[in-house]
Design a protein around this ligand. Structure first.
Ligand SMILES: NC(=O)c1ccc[n+]([C@@H]2O[C@H](COP(=O)([O-])OP(=O)(O)OC[C@H]3O[C@@H](n4cnc5c(N)ncnc54)[C@H](OP(=O)(O)O)[C@@H]3O)[C@@H](O)[C@H]2O)c1
Length: 458
């Protein structure tokens, strides 16, 4: 699968959903005659409902192997049954070896009873517990030598639980949405880096059936939110993080903290994305400009890669996504869920478009810290105003410290819910003014690295 193909796939989605139509992504895929993602492996957290389930269904239909992660084994079994029951379009290659993924043969030891012949594997992980996250990541690593996409989707809103802290004592929304995924990403990153050698005799890949496609770019997708713009990042920042952890990580159980916790966790994800992209670049694991590569390929008369820029043997991009309002149960309120289901995008329809765009659209590098090419929104028109709005709000820090900013932001976002279906448009946009603060990004990254250390080797 080359970059041209990724581009076509992304644009196909964009075209199909440029204006609101009852034809969902799912319907469009049902008519697909081939499975472009055969042989590709995607890890998705929070796969048991909402967006995660919608993404899993769509990618499964496209031929991907799904590593489904959730906290309930019963729910995971239902997801597995559901995916396996999906009517697949006929494909001539579905029985060939290219459909097999790079798992090791020994899957019988898995407590989740995974079958090496299926394209669905399930793993239990409770993201309120870093031990559980670490164990699940190790279980995946023992069964897979490489993956192509990591979709960090599991998430919660403070109203979903009466608990205020994770097992390790971190504020629960920050802990689940951000810190647990930081550990998860850290532990699974080697699988995204792993490259098969040209002879197919990689040591680590012993006993596996190799994928025939040449894979060049792998991506980590962080499901963030426009709500990141409701806060300025000061809760995530600590000058002396050794003695004073970021305030967003401490369970204070105050109304103000609860109302900001979701936004803080979503901004933290964006900080993570940018710090990690810089880290990957310093390790020479980031991707060169694939847009340039694509252009070079298109303009060239030579046959193979047309003189385009060769990416390193393995390169990884981290991309944020805001799906806009999607009809799911994230709000933990029956009334809000009802409204979101009426007015929001469908979780198994246009809701997943931004994730697919982030996965497949050719990208430029994210060397530039103010690059706008690391955040995809399902509602480009609204999201493109975020930077401007936060520039204005940022001039009045008291709005943030008095919690008025969160209230303004939430009100505007709710108003948008009324009209978003009339203006869907997926694409890359800029994020809040404060989200580009490199000092804050790096400080949180260093603190998080320290916080996860006790769980890295478990
Ligand atoms: N819906 C929207 O409008 C919207 C907008 C912007 C961003 N997002 C983001 O989209 C992502 C998916 O949310 P959603 O809207 O699809 O909500 P959802 O339907 O409530 O799904 C959340 C998923 O996360 C899982 N999860 C929650 N806590 C967990 C934990 N402690 N350990 C493991 N898994 C856990 C849930 O598992 P269970 O099934 O076991 O509860 C569920 O599978 C979230 O990151 C959210 O912030 C959503």
């Amino acid at each position: 699968m080359d970059t041209k193909y990724y581009s076509q796939l992304a644009w196909q989605y964009r075209r199909q959903h440029h204006s609101y139509s009852p034809v969902t992504t799912t319907d469009a895929l049902k008519t697909s005659e081939h499975q472009p993602l055969l042989g590709m492996t995607v890890v998705i957290t929070g796969v048991t409902s909402g967006l995660g389930l919608g993404i899993a269904k769509n990618l499964y239909r496209m031929g991907a192997t799904i590593i489904a992660v959730g906290r309930s084994s019963t729910k995971l079994d239902s997801v597995k049954t559901l995916l396996l029951s999906i009517d697949m379009p006929p494909t001539s290659s579905s029985s060939s070896s290219s459909t097999s993924v790079n798992t090791t043969n020994d899957v019988s030891s898995s407590s989740t009873n995974n079958n090496p012949n299926s394209r669905v594997y399930v793993f239990v992980a409770d993201f309120t517990d870093l031990n559980s996250v670490s164990k699940a990541a190790d279980a995946i690593k023992s069964q897979f030598s490489s993956i192509d996409f990591l979709i960090n989707n599991a998430g919660m809103y403070h109203a979903a639980t009466t608990d205020i802290a994770t097992q390790q004592g971190y504020e629960i929304v920050f802990g689940v949405n951000y810190l647990a995924h930081f550990l998860w990403t850290y532990k699974l990153l080697p699988l995204l880096h792993f490259v098969h050698d040209s002879q197919g005799d990689d040591k680590k890949d012993k006993g596996t059936v190799r994928i025939q496609q040449q894979k060049q770019q792998r991506r980590i997708i962080q499901i963030s939110s426009t709500m990141h713009g409701a806060v300025d990042g000061n809760d995530l920042y600590s000058l002396d993080y050794v003695h004073h952890p970021p305030i967003a990580s401490i369970p204070l159980n105050t109304t103000i903290q609860k109302s900001r916790s979701y936004s803080n966790s979503k901004l933290a994800q964006i900080y993570h994305t940018r710090a990690l992209n810089r880290h990957l670049m310093s390790q020479k694991h980031s991707c060169p400009s694939l847009v340039d590569d694509l252009n070079n390929n298109n303009n060239s008369s030579s046959s193979s890669r047309g003189g385009g820029i060769q990416p390193p043997a393995s390169c990884v991009h981290v991309v944020n996504v805001c799906p806009s309002w999607v009809g799911t149960s994230i709000s933990a309120s029956n009334f809000a869920e009802f409204i979101m289901k009426q007015l929001g995008y469908e979780a198994d329809g246009f809701g997943v478009a931004s994730t697919l765009h982030a996965m497949f659209y050719p990208m430029t590098t994210t060397t530039n810290t103010t690059s706008s090419l690391d955040y995809v929104s399902n509602n480009k028109n609204f999201a493109s105003m975020v930077r401007f709005a936060t520039k204005v709000l940022g001039k009045y820090p008291w709005l943030d410290s008095s919690n008025i900013r969160v209230k303004i932001w939430t009100t505007i976002s709710l108003l948008l819910l009324m009209i978003e279906k009339f203006i869907p448009d997926t694409g890359f946009v800029e994020t809040s003014e404060e989200s580009y603060n490199v000092t804050k990004q790096d400080a949180l990254y260093v603190w998080s690295l320290q916080a996860i250390q006790p769980f890295v080797k478990k």
